[in-house]
Ligand binder design. Structure first.
Ligand code: PEP
Ligand code: MG
Length: 588
């Protein structure tokens, strides 16, 4: 009988993107397109690697046969015949012998060797000008994926089918993965890569579960079933936490829950500064069932309703009726507060499974959001008609994402007018005076805010993208996350330009990027004159507490000082001083 290994505590450091603490066993989710790791092996390990390869080939063969049977039952034997070619690949002696030779020569793990050899084979075949051989190259590619999958013991389970309580560990999670998480079973998640403003992180905050990203290679090092503690406050994943650690975290949880309890008492209070300036405090929503949290948070409505969820993990586009019902339900639940529905903001790190779009070299700068909608007018009109119909409730506003200039905005409004005419002709009611807004998240829009102001009723500043585009720093790339600085003087000047232009044209301005939920920056944003802050529901009480602790004089003075400071770190330090002196309990 083998002796049980002593379980030593091990700490992995990353970036906390959603606060909270979770404890439990992990589920390691691995995706098909992950590269197998490379590992050198000794001579003594060779027989074991060969045995693993044989087992993986047998398992692959059984899976292909099973799939063939299923397909034959469902659509007929003829179509199932395509798997004959796949079976030939697992039995291909030339391929297998080459793998065995390379394994003995290179002495690296067999999944790596198999991938190298299979890639070489399929590349050679795909370069020959013969359609039959090109097909065979695809077969090899498919089968190789399956063999490697079996060698690595990867999970093929979709995330939604995990049926036990777990902390999810993965190399990366896409927004569609995150949307599949079962919020009752997923206690938190940890990933190797990622950043604070990626949509995956935003989604974690809206699901209200702790999350840590940028943990380098935890998904390779940890195994399903390992016991961990996840600290979303400090960006830590602790494997096998010892008694002392568990005790310390127990204490921390008590302290945090006391602060949270105090904050919930603020629910019915107004978001007003000490000297009576009301800053509208709204919540952002990514998924319809978040409405519960929004209502509990004490937010004054929804300042950004992201509508991409309609398209994630779906094989078909949402129709007008489905969208209408959804918008109407959300608006009814929020009464008498309002909801700002943002039209489809596809692209960047938000991929849509229902729209089979071409890959782009620069997806964040590509065919996305309003640019996409203005070309796919049919898809755009379905959404606009649904929003207009729901608008007859009276508490709905609409805004366009990624506006880069006035022509785009005018064209979007022209399509909206077309929808209004159609609805009028069909005798379908809507609110003629529904407020229309433009998101200001592209520097060209910020710098021409005075021109755009003539076309809309309000602006909502999307700082997540505004920062990425102004500083030229990819918001999801953790390598350059140190450059992603909300307190860069350029960002503060742009926000000021937008707010001043809006107020000169009697427009109100909100901020709906993640910056709106950073309590350290609340005094700065109030001083700049923002009318509304919209943030994840979980952060609403904290921001409210911050607003209630400040007075306008302090905020204006801070802006005055900040406009003369030169570097992001100096500005941040000054903001932190003010925050610390007014609400230290809110800072970690
Ligand atoms: C933003 O860019 O700040 C924003 C709110 O939009 P999203 O994060 O959905 O791109
Ligand atoms: Mg954006």
């Amino acid at each position: 009988m083998s002796e049980e290994q002593p379980r030593t505590e091990k700490r992995f450091h990353g970036v906390g993107v959603s606060p909270g603490i979770a404890r439990g066993t992990i589920f390691v989710h691995r995706t098909d397109d992950e590269e197998p790791p490379v590992r050198r092996i000794g001579d003594a390990e060779l027989p074991g690697e060969i045995a693993r390869l044989e087992a993986a080939l047998i398992a692959t063969r059984a899976q292909i046969l099973e799939m063939q049977e299923r397909i034959a039952e469902a659509i007929g034997a003829k179509d199932a015949g395509i798997f004959d070619a796949h079976l030939l690949v697992v039995e291909d002696r030339t391929l297998i012998d080459e793998v065995l030779r390379t394994l003995a020569r290179d002495k690296t793990n067999v999944e790596h060797v198999f991938q190298q050899v299979a890639n070489r084979y399929s590349k050679t075949l795909s370069e020959i000008d013969d359609p039959y051989l090109r097909e065979r190259a695809l077969d090899i590619h498919d089968v190789a994926r399956r063999v490697i999958h079996n060698l690595m013991g990867k999970s093929t389970k979709p995330l939604s089918s995990i049926d036990t309580v777990h902390i999810l560990v993965s190399h990366n999670l896409t927004p569609s993965d995150t949307a599949q998480l079962n919020r009752h079973l997923a206690l938190g998640f940890a990933t190797d890569v990622g950043s604070k403003t990626s949509h995956t992180a935003i989604m974690a905050r809206s699901l209200n579960i702790p999350a840590v990203v940028g943990l380098h290679n935890v998904s390779e090092v940890l195994q399903t079933g390992d016991h961990v503690l996840l600290d979303g406050y400090n960006g830590l994943l602790i494997l096998n936490p010892n008694d002392q650690t568990l005790w310390e975290y127990g204490e921390l949880e008590v302290k945090k829950s006391q602060v949270e309890e105090k904050l919930t008492e603020l629910r019915e209070t107004a978001s007003t500064t000490v000297d009576g300036r009301h800053v509208i405090l709204s919540a952002n929503m990514e998924l319809p069932d978040e409405i519960e949290f929004v209502l509990k948070s004490g937010a004054e409505g929804v300042g950004l309703y992201r509508t991409e969820f309609f398209y994630l993990n779906k094989s078909e586009l949402p129709d007008e009726e489905e969208q209408y019902e959804n918008y109407k339900k959300v608006a009814e639940q929020l009464m008498p507060n309002s909801v700002i529905i943002r039209t489809l903001d596809l692209g960047g790190d938000k991929f849509m499974s229902a729209l089979d779009l071409p890959e782009e070299l620069n997806p964040f700068l590509g065919w996305r959001a309003i640019r996409f909608c203005l070309e796919k007018i049919d898809i755009f009109k379905v959404q606009l008609r649904a929003i207009l119909r729901a608008s007859s409730l009276g508490n709905i506003r609409l805004m366009y994402p990624m506006v880069s200039g006035v022509d785009e905005l005018r064209r979007a409004n022209a399509v909206l007018d077309e929808c209004k005419t159609e609805l009028n002709n069909e005798g379908i009611p809507f609110n003629e005076n529904m407020e229309i807004g433009a998101m200001i998240e592209v520097p060209s829009a910020a710098l021409t805010a005075d021109i755009l102001a003539r076309e809309v009723d309000f602006f909502s500043i999307g700082t997540n993208d505004l920062i990425q585009y102004s500083i030229a720093v990819d918001r999801v790339n953790e390598r350059i996350s140190h450059l992603y600085e909300p307190t860069h003087p350029a960002i503060i000047r742009l926000i000021k330009t937008v707010i001043d232009a809006a107020h000169a044209h009697n427009l109100w301005v909100g901020i709906c990027g993640e910056m709106a939920g950073e309590v350290t920056l609340t005094p700065l944003l109030i001083g700049l004159g923002v009318d509304e802050l919209s943030t994840g529901a979980a952060l609403v009480p904290r921001v409210k507490r911050a607003v209630q602790s400040l007075d306008i004089g302090i905020c204006l003075q801070l802006v005055d000082e900040v406009m003369r400071l030169e570097s992001p770190s100096e500005i941040l330090a000054r903001c932190e001083e003010i925050a610390k002196s007014h609400y230290p309990e809110l800072l970690n």
